[in-house]
Ligand binder design. Structure first.
Ligand code: CMC
Length: 434
């Protein structure tokens, strides 16, 4: 078969370079531009990496045009319907679904790594009570690096895997404690007889004074939400984890960097922004069309939060599943529940926006964050915890991507170039002469 190449000609000098075209298993091909600088002296310019594949990966594939998402080849719809979050964790980390013994072994490992070192509680206590839980997450997850000095050889696959297990296992405890500290509630310790999602609800809402009964529907819904958020290929936070890790920083520090990146409202902070927006709409008394018009107005920086995606130019498949989940949960709650109004506004807003030419022409559809916030509220999870929930679920994706990168022979320290637009060389003038 002839090698597929692309020839780039410099119209100024007439020089040419032939660049290889790389074929993925599915999805668009990529031009290998590495020889461009060597042969022609040029870099490529791509702010925000809209057209750049930063690595090769066998973990997650998404087709934004079709609206499909697969982990290790398995469609997200099938995993959400039939799998469990811990099974998905195993799949993302190891590449294959586990057999029964492997699954049991994995559950056992995760269950027995959920406790935090007793000293960790002092990190929490060092924060102000009104600290945002994400601020606590960034600090405490980074601080995990200080507890495993003897097990942080990133060139040893077994030690890397142990760090992955520790992170997946401890994240619910850290996340719940960041909430408990904020609320002035005593820290609860993990329960080994509960599933991952059940234990998280217990860590969040139980008290030492009485037994806590987990609502099975809420635990199931949470497990599905965790599956939907587990990985999403090279998004901002995952790319941050890879970039931080490419300098051979330890995995806890790299994941803390990912949490920081996730915090922004354009990424993981969007579900918090959605609920704030729905509340503002509800309290404003203005029509939904008013808000849609506001989002379209280029002189107004208001955007419909939970709408649009860098990659999905079709309905986000995760949003479809989560919308059904929200229906199921709200159907079970009494119609006068306090979250029903926000959910009704969300459904109506989606309808108005999807019929609007502005949104149609730009392929702006609801994304995963559009309905997740309403579900969290109905579980009793406060708005400030929404991005923490995302971080908890995404940890497995981050650490799987980091682990893949560490085992990749092509991995080098990430070091993008720039198009310099500053001053040309000039001489320093002393302060008296300026
Ligand atoms: N409301 C109104 N207009 C929008 C919106 C929106 N939510 N999103 C995009 N647009 C417009 C944008 O103004 C631009 O219009 P024009 O072509 O006239 O200049 C066009 O659509 C393309 O948008 P863009 O900002 O160039 O697209 P992007 O790929 O850079 O941004 C995005 C993607 C997700 C940051 C953006 O759609 C957005 O800010 N959405 C709201 C925040 C949100 O929901 N974020 C969660 C993302 S999904 C969760 C995750 O995976 O992290």
């Amino acid at each position: 078969m002839t090698k597929h190449t692309v020839t780039v000609t410099d119209n100024l000098t007439g020089k040419e370079v032939e660049l290889d075209v790389l074929s993925p298993v599915v999805g668009p091909k990529a031009i290998d531009v590495r020889r461009l600088h060597k042969e022609l002296g040029y870099f490529t310019y791509d702010p925000g990496y809209l057209a750049t594949a930063s690595c090769s990966s066998s973990i997650t594939y998404l087709d934004g045009g079709e609206g499909t998402l697969m982990y290790r080849g398995y469609p997200i719809e099938q995993l959400a319907e039939e799998s469990s979050f811990l099974e998905v964790c195993y799949l993302l980390l190891n590449g294959e679904l586990p057999n029964k013994a492997e699954m049991q072994g994995f559950e056992d490992i995760i269950t027995h790594h959920t406790m935090l070192h007793d000293q960790m509680q002092y990190f929490f206590r060092g924060f102000r009570r009104d600290a945002h839980p994400m601020a606590i997450m960034v600090g405490v997850v980074g601080a995990l690096s200080a507890f495993y000095h003897d097990d942080l050889d990133i060139h040893d696959p077994a030690q890397r895997m142990r760090s992955a297990h520790r992170l997946i296992a401890k994240m619910p405890t850290i996340a719940a404690w960041s909430y408990r500290y904020h609320m002035g509630l005593p820290f609860m310790h993990p329960r080994n007889d509960m599933s991952y999602a059940e234990d998280f609800l217990h860590l969040m809402f139980a008290t030492p004074c009485e037994d806590y009964e987990v609502d099975p529907l809420m635990a199931k819904a949470l497990d599905v939400i965790f599956i939907l958020h587990a990985d999403h290929e090279q998004n901002a936070s995952t790319s941050t984890v890879r970039l931080a890790g490419s300098s051979e920083a330890n995995p806890f520090a790299a994941i803390a960097a990912g949490i920081a990146s996730l915090w922004g409202p354009a990424h993981g902070g969007a579900n918090e922004a959605v609920v704030n927006m729905l509340t503002e709409i509800s309290e404003s008394g203005e029509s939904l069309q008013h808000w849609v018009d506001k989002a379209k107005n280029k002189d107004d920086n208001f955007r419909l939060m939970g709408f649009g995606h860098r990659v999905y130019k079709n309905y986000d498949p995760r949003a479809k599943i989560i919308r059904e989940l929200a229906n199921e949960i709200l159907d079970r709650l009494p119609p006068d529940n306090p979250h029903q109004k926000l959910f009704d506004i969300a459904r109506e807003l989606e309808k108005v926006a999807l019929e609007d030419d502005y949104f149609k022409q730009r392929n702006l559809y609801p994304n995963v964050d559009f309905y997740s916030g309403v579900i969290f509220l109905s579980m009793g999870i406060p708005v400030t915890m929404f991005t923490v929930m995302f971080a908890l679920a995404r940890t497995v994706g981050w650490i799987s991507q980091w682990n893949e990168m560490m085992g990749d022979e092509e991995n080098r320290i990430g070091r993008p170039r720039q198009l310099y637009t500053g001053a040309e060389k000039r001489d320093y003038i002393s302060l008296e002469d300026r």
